[in-house]
Design a protein around this ligand. Structure first.
Ligand code: AMP
Ligand code: MG
Length: 358
């Protein structure tokens, strides 16, 4: 299959291309497209064959459910069994936007789309290209992130091309995404609303609308051995090819620990990558030093993280060290991704921990 690559401006989507892309999806094909969170790999959510193709194109395990994207509030009714009052409140506050809600599904949604579950994840994205495409495709697009399974989610269309060239009919390039982390997922099918995946819409924002909100316990203690409720969270994600370790603690200690490691690596012929901030970038002596932006600008850190992780692969970084980005409004969402990328390897310099070299 040849993949058609089209550049599009979100402010003025080319409707003839959108119409053609919509037809591709209606006929069972796949189109990668921009959303405000990350790029999505879209197929017809109500066609089991399309969902099978999505899993195949991504190389994704088929028990890992897809998110159904809609472009009108009223389109939710046919695909769910009931709409809890919490969902109405959340939709009013955060849709269109980077929030995914889990509902009990109706029979219209095939099990292929939900990874065999009786529940369905639904999101109404705010990106104008995404909205136009969903409409042109008949109203329901199943779309996971448009990366090969295990790789960082694409925040630029060129990464969709890198991962999916020859595997999808079309890629729509709408520029760099605004948020850069996948949507927040909240489960509304239990007694209490539960956050299954942290994102731009954080716990505090959700609590302001709903009152009580729980966080899935596997997000807090990831090594508990309990399976996370969002099936995708159990898979290793976002991993760069090099080994990534997070170095926590006071700035000077972090810098000197990373520089010590970089020196060791250099002496042993290994390339070192560093994820840092504008404030610290000049303090490092390593092969590939990448700043995610000013430390106070969490939006920048979120937006740049996946790009940086991918770039280390191109740079051939073999040992990668990252400063920590906890705290702040987006800290939980950023650290959730970074910890997964690091396979939960953390060195806490404040507690006297140091890196062990081998
Ligand atoms: P992605 O769009 O690639 O981030 O993948 C969507 C993620 O949403 C999956 O990996 C799941 O973790 C989560 N998800 C989708 N549907 C459900 C569901 N019905 N219940 C719980 N989690 C879900
Ligand atoms: Mg994904």
């Amino acid at each position: 299959m040849t993949t058609e690559y089209v550049v599009m401006n979100e402010e003025a989507p080319d409707l003839s291309v959108i119409k053609r892309a919509g037809r591709i999806i209606k006929e069972g094909g796949l189109v990668a497209f921009p959303t405000e969170t990350v790029y999505g790999l879209g197929g017809d959510a109500l066609n089991p064959e399309s969902s099978r193709k999505i899993y195949e194109a991504k190389g994704r395990p088929s028990d890992n459910p897809l998110i159904v994207h809609i472009c009108r509030l009223e389109d939710i009714e046919p695909i769910v069994r009931e709409i809890p009052p919490e969902a109405k409140k959340l939709a009013e506050a955060f849709w269109p936007g980077p929030l995914t809600m889990i509902f009990r599904k109706s029979s219209l949604v095939p099990k292929e789309t939900t990874g065999g579950l009786d529940t369905v994840a639904v999101r109404f994205p705010s990106n104008k290209i995404a909205q136009a495409l969903i409409d042109a495709a008949g109203g329901y697009i199943a779309a996971p992130s448009a990366n090969r399974s295990g790789r960082p989610s694409p925040t630029l269309a060129k990464y969709c091309l890198e991962d999916l060239d020859g595997r999808v009919e079309m890629i729509i390039d709408g520029g760099q995404v605004g948020i850069g982390l996948e949507s927040t997922i909240i489960d509304l099918t239990e007694d209490e609303p539960v956050i299954l995946r942290p994102g731009f819409i954080n716990k505090k924002m959700l609590q302001e609308v709903l009152g009580r909100v729980e966080v899935d316990s596997t997000l807090i203690t990831p090594d508990s051995g309990i399976a996370p409720k969002a099936p995708g969270m159990k898979y290793r994600h976002y991993a760069p090819k090099g080994e990534l370790v997070i170095i926590e603690g006071e700035r000077d200690k972090v810098v000197s620990e990373i520089n010590r490691a970089a020196g060791y690596n250099r002496a042993h012929g290994l390339r070192t990558g560093v994820i840092c901030t504008d404030e610290t970038r000049d303090l490092y002596d390593a092969d590939c030093v990448k700043s995610a932006g000013p430390r106070g600008d969490e939006d920048s850190v979120a937006r740049e993280l996946f790009r940086i992780l991918r770039e280390f692969d191109d740079d051939g970084a073999e040992r990668i060290y990252s400063e920590s980005f906890s705290g702040g409004e987006l800290g939980q969402a950023i650290m959730n991704r970074l910890m997964k990328a690091a396979g939960h390897r953390v060195v806490r310099t404040d507690e006297g921990e140091t890196l062990h070299f081998k």
